[in-house]
Write a protein of this length. Structure first.
Length: 100
């Protein structure tokens, strides 16, 4: 994954992700209480917390309106395909810029 997206500008302070740039886990889908990464592995979502994990992602009663289903929202605590694309964008301001 890091071959396709530059991760130099992506800084992950205060996280346990020291090995992330070496072996990134990219979340590409979320359904029910599961995440799926870019390698097809299913991961139980323990990140959402007590109030949302039980409901799951993409619950039909919550996401009925087509507008809600079409919104792209990215958790700042998880990694998705959009984050490296966006994190490299402000590098044009100089080498000291970082995205948090």
């Amino acid at each position: 994954m890091s071959d396709h997206f530059p991760l130099d500008a992506y800084w992950m302070p205060y996280t346990g992700n020291r090995q992330f740039k070496r072996d990134p886990r990219i979340i590409v889908e979320a359904k029910d209480v599961w995440f799926t990464d870019d390698r097809g592995r299913r991961i139980l979502d323990g990140h959402s917390g007590l109030w949302t994990s039980g409901l799951g992602h993409g619950h039909p009663e919550v996401s009925k309106p087509s507008l809600i289903r079409s919104i792209s929202w990215i958790s700042p605590r998880l990694f998705s395909l959009v984050i490296p694309q966006l994190s490299d964008w402000p590098i044009s301001c100089g080498s000291s810029c970082r995205v948090i």
